[in-house]
Design a protein around this ligand. Structure first.
Ligand code: AMP
Ligand code: FE
Ligand code: FE
Ligand code: ZN
Length: 285
């Protein structure tokens, strides 16, 4: 049974539970600590922090940034952000502008493909959240254009789809620098998604560590036991912190549970303790 989950999404980005509900769920599921790591936003953090005070769950403030990389997907997590973050907000505002432009382009391409979706329809579903493709996918399902979120990505908004628009991303060095300036512990998320082999990953970790990377999310819902072992070994090799998280998104990723992932996660509190030690902090528990 996991005691922690260091990778979760709320309605502040593309999850379906609001930050307070996610923290309350963490409490009722028996987690000691949970990190909120929404895509390119810190909008859910203060609400989560308040729910943490109510429930006694240790809430770690974070965010997940999408990074420009030659293959697959590179995501970097910043953990232990201050409340409120300072300079990071400027970067996030800029990313939000770029995201809004991208959403407009996706809707224009959907229109060209004969599918009419209005921005207002997506805003209504997304509420205060930063709009991402999962929201667009949900509206496409609601309108009966497709049968499933997966089909929405395959046929329309994913790579190769009729309305695919890649995201403008930060380069790794910039992302790491901005997160470090904010005092975050910087972790490479779900390395499997880079789609590179172990030798390439080793080379990459060497470079990212020089730029300030401090940890790797070795434990992750989608990682096979072999991948997990490889990533743990690389953490030892590079003296990097081990992180672990489910990437919980609520009901849009029904098969991924908070703390449990796909039933493959057993995350001990000691991962948080080591991170706090590396930060020179005294653990709260
Ligand atoms: P965006 O940030 O707008 O590019 O959206 C990225 C989000 O889309 C991530 O949270 C992914 O988990 C989600 N996503 C990507 N492909 C799929 C898919 N085939 N089915 C469901 N969600 C997906
Ligand atoms: Fe997501
Ligand atoms: Fe990610
Ligand atoms: Zn994530």
């Amino acid at each position: 049974m996991s005691q922690i989950d260091l990778h979760t999404h709320t309605t502040a980005s593309d999850g379906t539970l609001d930050p307070a509900d996610l923290v309350r769920k963490a409490a009722s599921d028996g987690l000691k600590a949970v990190a909120i790591t929404d895509h390119d936003t810190v909008g859910g953090l203060s609400q989560a922090l308040r729910a943490g005070e109510e429930t006694g769950v240790e809430v770690i403030l974070g965010c997940e940034l999408s990074i420009d990389f030659k293959s697959g997907q590179m995501h970097i997590l910043g953990l232990f952000l201050p409340d409120p973050p300072q300079g990071l907000q400027t970067t996030l505002d800029d990313l939000q502008d770029r995201r809004n432009n991208r959403n407009d382009r996706i809707l224009a391409m959907l229109h060209e493909a004969g599918v009419d979706v209005k921005l207002e329809e997506i805003q209504e579903l997304a509420g205060d959240a930063s709009i991402g493709r999962p929201h667009i996918a949900r509206v496409l399902v609601q309108k009966g254009v497709v049968q499933s979120i997966d089909q929405a990505f395959r046929e329309y908004i994913g790579p190769g789809g009729a309305a695919y628009v890649p995201k403008d991303k930060l380069d790794p060095e910039t992302a790491i620098r901005i997160l470090k300036q904010e005092g975050a512990t910087v972790v490479l998320a779900h390395p499997y998604s880079l789609e590179i082999d172990t030798d390439e990953l080793r080379e990459l970790l060497g470079r990212l560590k020089e730029q300030g990377l401090e940890g790797v999310e070795a434990y992750y819902s989608e990682h096979t036991p072999e991948q997990t072992q490889t990533y743990l070994q690389l953490c030892r090799e590079f003296d990097l912190l081990v992180s672990g998280g489910s990437d919980f998104h609520g009901s849009v990723k029904e098969d991924v549970g908070l703390g449990t992932g796909k039933g493959n996660l057993d995350l001990p509190y000691s991962l948080v303790r080591r991170m706090r030690e590396a930060r020179g902090e005294t653990p709260s528990a």
